[in-house]
Design a protein around this ligand. Structure first.
Ligand code: NAP
Length: 254
């Protein structure tokens, strides 16, 4: 795919990895539709995209976990831009906690259903809904598009992340399924599994946990959002990659 003038939708595009992807693709001349929840951050991201060279950049307030909002946002994007060429399913949240925590044989805490459901709703159902609506639009307009899902190194299973690991493993599995199902329409599907990347999400982790993590990373540093953005551009530009998960984690494997 030629990124220049392609219409790329990025969920969670207001900050962190999503914003870095948007600005990187803007520099390559992509037209950007950013989906997120916070209007102020979206406005900033859109301005940055325009400064970086995007011929067009707009934002859409939409909760990716709500079907009606997602359907309406994709309909508006299709109308505003005339088509959708690519989607990056990037919006995600953390609600970490141990599955069950006990002390001296007594249960102290357990992961609540709310903690589980919130992460499944955004990180798994949100990817399903946005992926589906993007595929519908691509097929209707006969665009040979690409869907990129942001999974995580945690998809292999990570302490304190029953909810997040399950969602990210599901995202990796959906990616392969879509690559097989949608290839007949010329649509590719790929996933990226980042390790620990410097964003607002990881800034919310305890400093001791972050320091310990950096020591465990063979490259001895966290990744930069631009390094994930670079991978997104590579996937869009290489028409023979599909149905795989690219790990960008400094050689850290959980
Ligand atoms: P981030 O800084 O928290 O950004 C995520 C964005 O998604 C935020 O702007 C957030 O808005 C938005 N969002 C959350 N729930 C949403 C919803 N229901 N509908 C629409 N937008 C929503 O996170 P990040 O670090 O950039 O992470 C981006 C993606 O990479 C996530 O899927 C994450 O799981 C994945 N990832 C990150 C890392 C890392 O080290 N950073 C590693 C592996 C995977 P609000 O802030 O308003 O909630």
């Amino acid at each position: 795919m030629n990124v220049r003038d392609s219409v790329v939708v990025i969920t969670g595009g207001g900050q962190g990895l999503g914003r870095a992807m948007a600005v990187h693709l803007a520099g390559k001349g992509a037209r950007l539709a950013l989906i997120d929840l916070n209007e102020e951050r979206l406005q900033e991201a859109v301005s940055q995209c325009k400064e970086a060279g995007a011929p067009d950049a707009r934002y859409y307030l939409c909760n990716v976990a709500r079907e009606a909002e997602v359907e309406s946002a994709f309909a508006r994007i299709d109308e505003d831009f005339g088509a959708i060429d690519a989607l990056v399913n990037n919006a995600g949240i953390l609600r970490d906690g141990l599955f069950v925590k006990a002390k001296d044989g007594q249960i102290v805490k357990k992961m609540s259903l709310d903690q589980w459901q919130a992460v499944i709703d955004v990180n798994l159902t949100g990817v399903f809904l946005c992926g589906r609506e993007a595929a519908v639009r691509m097929i209707e307009k006969d665009r040979k598009g690409c869907i990129i899902n942001i999974s995580s190194i945690s998809r292999a299973g990570n302490m304190g992340q029953t909810n997040y690991s399950a969602a990210k493993a599901g995202v990796a599995a959906m990616t392969v399924t879509w690559a097989k199902e949608l290839a007949r329409y010329g649509i590719r599907s790929m996933a990226i599994a980042p390790g620990f990347i410097e964003t607002e999400m990881t800034a919310s982790m305890k400093p001791e946990a972050l320091e310990m993590m950096c020591k465990m990373i063979p490259l001895h540093r966290m990744g930069k959002p631009e390094e994930i953005a670079h991978t997104v551009a590579y996937i869009l530009e290489n028409d023979y990659v599909s149905g795989r998960v690219i790990e960008v984690d400094g050689a850290l494997r959980l």
